[in-house]
Design a protein around this ligand. Structure first.
Ligand SMILES: [Zn+2]
Length: 223
């Protein structure tokens, strides 16, 4: 059992660029080295399925395996260093008022919906389709094959003593957030999960907010 490492941020939202991502929508945005990005779970227990890429080489991307191995912990929280497949440090989680984020469960797909919830769920929109939508909007050489391992911010997927994954009751709540500092130029791709079959979001997907502080190095704490 991991202790939750709750940490609030001194940064003020009115100084940031703000974007709202509706449930079921993708969001793609470049975060430059030194910038801070905050993802806010506006109504609680919403999953922000997220991938990160080296902005200068999309084949170098977030790696759940390397991140877990290097920090010797299955869960992500304040202090976690997100590593890429090439061993580069993409971002560091610098604040977290939720306390635990999953990177084992993967993103929902029409295929996994059928296996988990029934064959008749095949037509339902899933995160992997939102990821494809996002990269189609972005272009710049990103393709379907670039959709690899991801983070599920705000999702609680504990591993049981016998090694199984469980989708547990959420540990997030309305207004909780996670904040990351870009350690290099990165491209962030979010799918605000449209899942209607999983009780972890009370069968009710809700909006996320993304805040980006453009010049955090020039603003003193609390400003
Ligand atoms: Zn999903």
């Amino acid at each position: 059992m991991t202790a939750f490492n709750l940490q609030t941020s001194p940064l003020r939202p009115e100084k940031a660029s703000s974007f709202v991502v509706e449930a079921g929508d993708p969001f793609i945005h470049e975060i430059r080295q030194g910038q801070i990005v905050r993802i806010v779970d506006l109504e609680g227990n919403q999953s922000a399925d997220t991938m990160f890429y080296n902005a200068h080489d999309y084949s170098d991307r977030y790696s759940s395996q390397d991140t877990i191995r290097e920090q010797r912990n299955l869960y992500l929280t304040a202090g976690t260093r997100l590593l890429s497949t090439e061993g580069n440090l993409l971002l560091t989680i610098v604040a977290d008022t939720c306390g635990r984020h999953d990177t084992l469960g993967g993103a929902c797909a029409t295929e996994s919906n059928m296996v988990r919830y029934g064959i008749e769920k095949r037509h339902m929109h899933a995160c992997r389709q939102s990821f494809v939508q996002g990269i189609q909007r972005w272009k710049h050489g990103l393709e379907k094959r670039d959709i690899a391992s991801n983070i599920n911010f705000f999702m609680n997927v504990p591993v049981t003593p016998d090694g199984k994954l469980t989708f547990a009751d959420g540990v997030s709540g309305a207004g909780k957030y996670v904040e990351l500092r870009a350690e290099m130029d990165v491209l962030m791709l979010i799918s605000n999960c449209p899942q209607l079959n999983n009780p972890c979001n009370a069968f009710n997907p809700t909006s996320l907010q993304v805040l980006v502080w453009e010049e955090p190095a020039q603003s003193s704490p609390g400003v």
